[in-house]
Design a protein around this ligand. Sequence first.
Ligand code: CA
Length: 376
Amino acid sequence: MSRRHFLKTAAILAGTGAAAALSGCKIRFQSSEQTAAASDQTFHWRLVTTWAPHFPVMGEGLDLFSNWVGQMSGGRLKIQVYGGGELVPPLEVFDAVSQGIAEMGHGASYYWSGKVPAAQFFCTVPFGLNAQQMNAWLYSGGGLALWEEVYKPHHLIPFPAGNTGVQMGGWFNREIKSVADFGGLKMRMPGLGGKAISKLGATALLSPGSELYTNLERGVIDATEWIGPYHDYLMGFHKIAKYYYYPGWHEPGPTLELIVNDSAFAQLPPDLQEIVRTAAFRLNLWMLSEFEAKNDEYLQKIRQEKQVRILPFPDDVMAQLRVKSAEVIQELTDRDPASKKVFDSWSAFRRAITDYSHLSESAYFSLISGNSTSIP
Ligand code: CA
Protein backbone atom coordinates (compact mmCIF):
# COMPACT_ATOMS: atom_id res chain seq x y z
CA MET A 1 0.00 0.00 0.00
CA SER A 2 1.43 3.38 -0.97
CA ARG A 3 1.79 6.20 1.56
CA ARG A 4 -0.75 8.26 -0.40
CA HIS A 5 -3.28 5.40 -0.37
CA PHE A 6 -2.62 4.79 3.34
CA LEU A 7 -3.29 8.45 4.22
CA LYS A 8 -6.49 8.47 2.13
CA THR A 9 -7.65 5.20 3.71
CA ALA A 10 -6.78 6.38 7.20
CA ALA A 11 -8.86 9.51 6.67
CA ILE A 12 -11.85 7.49 5.52
CA LEU A 13 -11.56 5.10 8.46
CA ALA A 14 -11.22 7.96 10.92
CA GLY A 15 -14.36 9.52 9.53
CA THR A 16 -16.60 6.51 9.07
CA GLY A 17 -14.98 3.39 10.54
CA ALA A 18 -15.77 1.65 7.27
CA ALA A 19 -13.78 -1.58 7.16
CA ALA A 20 -14.52 -1.87 3.45
CA ALA A 21 -12.01 0.90 2.88
CA LEU A 22 -9.31 -1.64 3.63
CA SER A 23 -10.07 -3.51 0.43
CA GLY A 24 -6.87 -2.15 -1.09
CA CYS A 25 -4.87 -4.28 1.43
CA LYS A 26 -5.58 -7.53 -0.41
CA ILE A 27 -7.85 -8.85 2.34
CA ARG A 28 -10.41 -11.18 0.74
CA PHE A 29 -14.07 -10.82 1.64
CA GLN A 30 -16.94 -13.10 0.76
CA SER A 31 -19.44 -11.38 -1.52
CA SER A 32 -23.04 -11.24 -0.34
CA GLU A 33 -23.98 -13.36 -3.37
CA GLN A 34 -21.66 -16.11 -2.11
CA THR A 35 -23.04 -16.09 1.42
CA ALA A 36 -26.60 -16.03 0.07
CA ALA A 37 -25.82 -19.36 -1.55
CA ALA A 38 -25.65 -20.99 1.88
CA SER A 39 -27.72 -24.12 2.01
CA ASP A 40 -29.72 -25.71 4.78
CA GLN A 41 -27.72 -28.92 4.48
CA THR A 42 -26.25 -30.22 7.74
CA PHE A 43 -22.66 -31.52 7.67
CA HIS A 44 -21.31 -34.05 10.17
CA TRP A 45 -17.53 -33.91 10.47
CA ARG A 46 -15.01 -35.95 12.42
CA LEU A 47 -12.07 -34.14 14.04
CA VAL A 48 -9.23 -36.50 14.94
CA THR A 49 -6.44 -35.32 17.21
CA THR A 50 -2.97 -36.26 18.37
CA TRP A 51 -3.93 -35.47 21.99
CA ALA A 52 -5.50 -37.53 24.73
CA PRO A 53 -9.28 -36.93 24.94
CA HIS A 54 -10.06 -33.58 26.63
CA PHE A 55 -6.31 -33.06 27.24
CA PRO A 56 -5.66 -29.80 29.14
CA VAL A 57 -5.65 -26.82 26.76
CA MET A 58 -5.36 -28.76 23.46
CA GLY A 59 -8.25 -31.18 23.96
CA GLU A 60 -10.29 -28.62 25.87
CA GLY A 61 -9.74 -26.10 23.09
CA LEU A 62 -10.99 -28.52 20.46
CA ASP A 63 -14.14 -29.21 22.48
CA LEU A 64 -14.68 -25.44 22.52
CA PHE A 65 -13.92 -25.21 18.79
CA SER A 66 -16.64 -27.75 18.06
CA ASN A 67 -19.10 -25.73 20.15
CA TRP A 68 -18.16 -22.44 18.48
CA VAL A 69 -18.63 -23.89 15.00
CA GLY A 70 -21.93 -25.48 16.01
CA GLN A 71 -23.24 -22.20 17.40
CA MET A 72 -21.99 -19.99 14.56
CA SER A 73 -23.43 -22.33 11.94
CA GLY A 74 -26.77 -22.71 13.67
CA GLY A 75 -26.08 -26.44 13.92
CA ARG A 76 -25.36 -26.87 10.17
CA LEU A 77 -21.76 -27.99 10.80
CA LYS A 78 -21.52 -30.53 13.60
CA ILE A 79 -18.01 -31.58 14.58
CA GLN A 80 -17.37 -34.70 16.65
CA VAL A 81 -13.98 -34.52 18.39
CA TYR A 82 -11.96 -37.74 18.80
CA GLY A 83 -8.97 -37.98 21.13
CA GLY A 84 -5.83 -39.75 19.92
CA GLY A 85 -6.56 -43.45 19.48
CA GLU A 86 -10.34 -43.13 19.62
CA LEU A 87 -10.80 -43.20 15.84
CA VAL A 88 -7.21 -43.35 14.57
CA PRO A 89 -3.85 -43.55 16.41
CA PRO A 90 -2.40 -40.12 17.30
CA LEU A 91 0.39 -40.24 14.74
CA GLU A 92 -1.96 -41.26 11.91
CA VAL A 93 -3.96 -38.03 12.02
CA PHE A 94 -2.19 -36.58 8.97
CA ASP A 95 -2.89 -39.65 6.82
CA ALA A 96 -6.45 -40.04 8.10
CA VAL A 97 -7.39 -36.49 7.07
CA SER A 98 -5.37 -36.68 3.86
CA GLN A 99 -7.29 -39.81 2.86
CA GLY A 100 -10.67 -38.45 3.98
CA ILE A 101 -11.14 -40.97 6.81
CA ALA A 102 -11.77 -37.85 8.91
CA GLU A 103 -12.61 -34.42 7.54
CA MET A 104 -10.45 -32.55 10.03
CA GLY A 105 -7.47 -33.09 12.33
CA HIS A 106 -5.48 -31.27 15.01
CA GLY A 107 -1.85 -31.79 15.96
CA ALA A 108 1.58 -30.32 15.35
CA SER A 109 3.13 -30.21 11.89
CA TYR A 110 6.56 -31.35 13.10
CA TYR A 111 5.03 -34.75 13.86
CA TRP A 112 4.96 -35.28 10.09
CA SER A 113 8.59 -34.28 9.46
CA GLY A 114 9.44 -37.86 8.41
CA LYS A 115 6.82 -37.58 5.67
CA VAL A 116 6.98 -33.85 4.90
CA PRO A 117 10.31 -32.48 6.18
CA ALA A 118 9.40 -28.85 5.38
CA ALA A 119 6.37 -29.11 7.68
CA GLN A 120 8.40 -28.51 10.83
CA PHE A 121 9.05 -24.86 9.95
CA PHE A 122 5.29 -24.28 10.33
CA CYS A 123 5.41 -25.61 13.90
CA THR A 124 8.78 -24.74 15.39
CA VAL A 125 12.50 -25.27 14.92
CA PRO A 126 15.31 -24.68 17.45
CA PHE A 127 16.14 -21.00 17.99
CA GLY A 128 13.27 -20.11 15.67
CA LEU A 129 10.34 -17.73 16.01
CA ASN A 130 8.26 -17.18 19.15
CA ALA A 131 4.45 -17.35 19.08
CA GLN A 132 3.92 -13.70 18.18
CA GLN A 133 6.54 -13.90 15.44
CA MET A 134 5.09 -17.17 14.10
CA ASN A 135 1.66 -15.56 13.79
CA ALA A 136 3.23 -12.57 12.03
CA TRP A 137 5.08 -14.81 9.54
CA LEU A 138 2.15 -17.15 8.91
CA TYR A 139 -0.68 -14.62 8.63
CA SER A 140 1.13 -11.57 7.33
CA GLY A 141 4.55 -12.66 6.08
CA GLY A 142 3.69 -15.29 3.48
CA GLY A 143 4.18 -18.34 5.72
CA LEU A 144 0.61 -19.63 5.54
CA ALA A 145 0.59 -19.51 1.72
CA LEU A 146 3.75 -21.64 1.71
CA TRP A 147 2.19 -24.03 4.22
CA GLU A 148 -0.85 -24.41 1.95
CA GLU A 149 1.48 -25.09 -0.96
CA VAL A 150 3.42 -27.76 0.97
CA TYR A 151 0.22 -29.53 2.12
CA LYS A 152 -1.66 -29.26 -1.21
CA PRO A 153 -0.25 -32.52 -2.68
CA HIS A 154 -1.54 -34.24 0.47
CA HIS A 155 -5.08 -32.85 -0.09
CA LEU A 156 -4.88 -30.86 3.13
CA ILE A 157 -5.62 -27.24 3.98
CA PRO A 158 -3.72 -26.05 7.08
CA PHE A 159 -4.83 -23.43 9.61
CA PRO A 160 -2.74 -22.15 12.55
CA ALA A 161 -4.73 -23.28 15.60
CA GLY A 162 -2.90 -22.90 18.88
CA ASN A 163 0.54 -22.18 20.25
CA THR A 164 2.22 -23.22 23.50
CA GLY A 165 4.40 -20.12 23.71
CA VAL A 166 8.08 -20.56 24.55
CA GLN A 167 8.45 -23.95 26.19
CA MET A 168 10.76 -24.80 29.10
CA GLY A 169 14.19 -26.32 28.55
CA GLY A 170 13.38 -29.47 30.47
CA TRP A 171 13.83 -31.43 33.68
CA PHE A 172 17.31 -32.71 34.47
CA ASN A 173 18.85 -34.93 37.12
CA ARG A 174 22.29 -33.74 36.08
CA GLU A 175 23.42 -30.14 36.48
CA ILE A 176 24.37 -28.56 33.15
CA LYS A 177 27.44 -26.41 33.78
CA SER A 178 28.94 -26.64 30.30
CA VAL A 179 28.43 -28.42 26.98
CA ALA A 180 30.56 -31.28 28.35
CA ASP A 181 27.60 -32.21 30.57
CA PHE A 182 25.64 -33.22 27.47
CA GLY A 183 28.20 -36.01 26.90
CA GLY A 184 26.42 -39.32 27.52
CA LEU A 185 23.23 -37.57 28.66
CA LYS A 186 20.11 -39.60 27.87
CA MET A 187 17.35 -37.13 27.20
CA ARG A 188 13.86 -37.33 25.80
CA MET A 189 14.03 -34.73 23.04
CA PRO A 190 12.18 -35.10 19.74
CA GLY A 191 12.89 -33.49 16.37
CA LEU A 192 15.68 -31.18 15.33
CA GLY A 193 16.43 -30.32 18.96
CA GLY A 194 17.21 -33.99 19.53
CA LYS A 195 19.59 -33.97 16.57
CA ALA A 196 21.30 -30.85 17.96
CA ILE A 197 21.97 -32.33 21.42
CA SER A 198 23.21 -35.53 19.73
CA LYS A 199 25.94 -33.43 18.13
CA LEU A 200 27.07 -32.57 21.67
CA GLY A 201 27.32 -36.25 22.61
CA ALA A 202 23.88 -36.75 24.14
CA THR A 203 21.52 -39.58 23.27
CA ALA A 204 18.16 -38.18 22.19
CA LEU A 205 15.29 -40.54 22.92
CA LEU A 206 11.67 -40.42 21.85
CA SER A 207 9.79 -41.80 24.85
CA PRO A 208 6.01 -41.39 24.69
CA GLY A 209 4.57 -38.97 27.23
CA SER A 210 2.94 -41.78 29.17
CA GLU A 211 6.33 -43.35 30.01
CA LEU A 212 8.28 -40.19 30.82
CA TYR A 213 7.67 -40.01 34.56
CA THR A 214 8.66 -43.62 35.18
CA ASN A 215 11.68 -43.40 32.88
CA LEU A 216 12.98 -40.28 34.61
CA GLU A 217 12.28 -41.66 38.07
CA ARG A 218 14.08 -44.95 37.35
CA GLY A 219 17.02 -43.31 35.60
CA VAL A 220 16.23 -44.80 32.19
CA ILE A 221 16.62 -41.18 31.06
CA ASP A 222 18.59 -38.39 32.76
CA ALA A 223 16.44 -35.59 31.44
CA THR A 224 13.28 -34.81 29.56
CA GLU A 225 11.69 -31.85 27.92
CA TRP A 226 7.89 -31.66 27.91
CA ILE A 227 5.91 -28.45 27.50
CA GLY A 228 5.75 -25.73 30.16
CA PRO A 229 5.02 -25.34 33.88
CA TYR A 230 1.30 -26.18 33.64
CA HIS A 231 1.54 -29.52 31.83
CA ASP A 232 4.89 -30.33 33.46
CA TYR A 233 3.39 -29.85 36.93
CA LEU A 234 0.48 -32.11 36.04
CA MET A 235 3.05 -34.76 35.04
CA GLY A 236 4.70 -34.44 38.48
CA PHE A 237 8.25 -33.94 37.17
CA HIS A 238 8.97 -31.42 39.95
CA LYS A 239 8.80 -34.31 42.45
CA ILE A 240 11.53 -36.40 40.82
CA ALA A 241 13.89 -34.04 38.97
CA LYS A 242 16.59 -31.89 40.56
CA TYR A 243 16.78 -29.12 37.96
CA TYR A 244 14.25 -27.30 35.76
CA TYR A 245 16.09 -25.48 32.97
CA TYR A 246 14.99 -22.61 30.78
CA PRO A 247 14.44 -21.44 28.10
CA GLY A 248 12.99 -24.00 25.67
CA TRP A 249 15.46 -23.15 22.89
CA HIS A 250 14.29 -26.22 20.96
CA GLU A 251 10.61 -25.16 20.90
CA PRO A 252 10.43 -21.37 21.14
CA GLY A 253 6.77 -21.06 20.08
CA PRO A 254 5.28 -24.13 18.43
CA THR A 255 2.24 -23.40 16.29
CA LEU A 256 -0.36 -26.16 16.42
CA GLU A 257 -2.30 -26.99 13.32
CA LEU A 258 -5.84 -27.66 12.23
CA ILE A 259 -5.85 -29.62 8.98
CA VAL A 260 -8.89 -30.00 6.76
CA ASN A 261 -9.39 -32.43 3.88
CA ASP A 262 -9.58 -30.25 0.75
CA SER A 263 -12.52 -32.13 -0.83
CA ALA A 264 -14.53 -31.92 2.38
CA PHE A 265 -13.77 -28.20 2.63
CA ALA A 266 -14.81 -27.62 -0.98
CA GLN A 267 -18.19 -29.23 -0.27
CA LEU A 268 -18.99 -26.66 2.44
CA PRO A 269 -20.96 -23.58 1.40
CA PRO A 270 -18.90 -20.34 1.65
CA ASP A 271 -20.41 -19.24 4.96
CA LEU A 272 -19.45 -22.52 6.67
CA GLN A 273 -15.95 -22.28 5.20
CA GLU A 274 -15.67 -18.81 6.69
CA ILE A 275 -16.90 -20.12 10.05
CA VAL A 276 -14.14 -22.76 10.05
CA ARG A 277 -11.52 -20.10 9.22
CA THR A 278 -12.83 -17.77 11.91
CA ALA A 279 -13.08 -20.46 14.59
CA ALA A 280 -9.49 -21.54 13.79
CA PHE A 281 -8.32 -17.96 14.39
CA ARG A 282 -10.18 -17.94 17.70
CA LEU A 283 -8.69 -21.29 18.69
CA ASN A 284 -5.20 -20.04 17.84
CA LEU A 285 -5.56 -17.11 20.22
CA TRP A 286 -7.47 -19.03 22.90
CA MET A 287 -4.83 -21.76 23.25
CA LEU A 288 -1.91 -19.31 23.42
CA SER A 289 -3.72 -17.23 26.03
CA GLU A 290 -4.61 -20.29 28.07
CA PHE A 291 -1.02 -21.61 27.97
CA GLU A 292 0.38 -18.25 28.97
CA ALA A 293 -1.98 -17.75 31.93
CA LYS A 294 -1.74 -21.33 33.21
CA ASN A 295 2.05 -21.47 32.86
CA ASP A 296 2.38 -18.33 34.99
CA GLU A 297 0.14 -19.83 37.66
CA TYR A 298 1.90 -23.19 37.75
CA LEU A 299 5.42 -21.76 37.69
CA GLN A 300 4.50 -20.13 41.00
CA LYS A 301 3.30 -23.49 42.35
CA ILE A 302 6.57 -25.13 41.33
CA ARG A 303 8.55 -22.29 42.95
CA GLN A 304 6.53 -22.54 46.17
CA GLU A 305 7.06 -26.29 46.51
CA LYS A 306 10.86 -25.67 46.46
CA GLN A 307 11.72 -29.21 45.42
CA VAL A 308 13.56 -28.26 42.25
CA ARG A 309 16.19 -25.69 41.28
CA ILE A 310 15.03 -23.51 38.38
CA LEU A 311 18.07 -22.47 36.35
CA PRO A 312 18.92 -20.84 33.02
CA PHE A 313 21.14 -22.78 30.63
CA PRO A 314 24.68 -21.32 30.73
CA ASP A 315 25.38 -18.84 27.92
CA ASP A 316 28.07 -21.01 26.30
CA VAL A 317 25.68 -23.98 26.24
CA MET A 318 23.09 -21.86 24.43
CA ALA A 319 25.74 -20.58 22.01
CA GLN A 320 26.93 -24.11 21.19
CA LEU A 321 23.41 -25.46 20.81
CA ARG A 322 22.64 -22.58 18.49
CA VAL A 323 25.60 -23.50 16.30
CA LYS A 324 24.62 -27.20 16.29
CA SER A 325 20.97 -26.35 15.53
CA ALA A 326 22.05 -24.24 12.56
CA GLU A 327 24.06 -27.22 11.29
CA VAL A 328 21.05 -29.50 11.65
CA ILE A 329 18.83 -27.06 9.71
CA GLN A 330 21.54 -26.66 7.06
CA GLU A 331 21.67 -30.43 6.61
CA LEU A 332 17.89 -30.51 6.24
CA THR A 333 17.72 -27.72 3.66
CA ASP A 334 20.66 -29.19 1.72
CA ARG A 335 18.84 -32.47 1.16
CA ASP A 336 15.23 -31.26 0.77
CA PRO A 337 14.38 -28.51 -1.79
CA ALA A 338 10.93 -27.88 -0.28
CA SER A 339 12.51 -27.25 3.13
CA LYS A 340 14.99 -24.89 1.45
CA LYS A 341 12.17 -22.90 -0.13
CA VAL A 342 10.28 -22.58 3.16
CA PHE A 343 13.49 -21.87 5.08
CA ASP A 344 14.39 -19.01 2.72
CA SER A 345 11.07 -17.27 3.46
CA TRP A 346 11.25 -18.10 7.17
CA SER A 347 14.85 -16.99 7.66
CA ALA A 348 14.39 -13.71 5.75
CA PHE A 349 11.39 -12.99 7.95
CA ARG A 350 13.31 -13.95 11.07
CA ARG A 351 16.18 -11.61 10.22
CA ALA A 352 13.83 -8.67 9.83
CA ILE A 353 11.62 -9.38 12.82
CA THR A 354 14.60 -10.08 15.07
CA ASP A 355 15.85 -6.59 14.32
CA TYR A 356 12.46 -5.08 15.12
CA SER A 357 11.84 -7.32 18.17
CA HIS A 358 15.20 -6.20 19.56
CA LEU A 359 14.05 -2.58 19.48
CA SER A 360 10.52 -3.31 20.70
CA GLU A 361 9.72 -6.45 22.75
CA SER A 362 13.26 -7.16 23.89
CA ALA A 363 14.04 -3.56 24.85
CA TYR A 364 10.74 -3.32 26.68
CA PHE A 365 11.28 -6.56 28.64
CA SER A 366 14.76 -5.39 29.63
CA LEU A 367 13.20 -2.17 30.87
CA ILE A 368 10.63 -3.84 33.10
CA SER A 369 12.52 -6.95 34.19
CA GLY A 370 13.07 -7.08 37.93
CA ASN A 371 10.64 -4.24 38.49
CA SER A 372 7.40 -6.23 38.54
CA THR A 373 6.97 -6.07 42.32
CA SER A 374 7.50 -2.32 42.50
CA ILE A 375 4.88 -1.51 39.90
CA PRO A 376 1.43 -0.85 41.38
CA1 CA B 1 8.09 -30.05 24.04
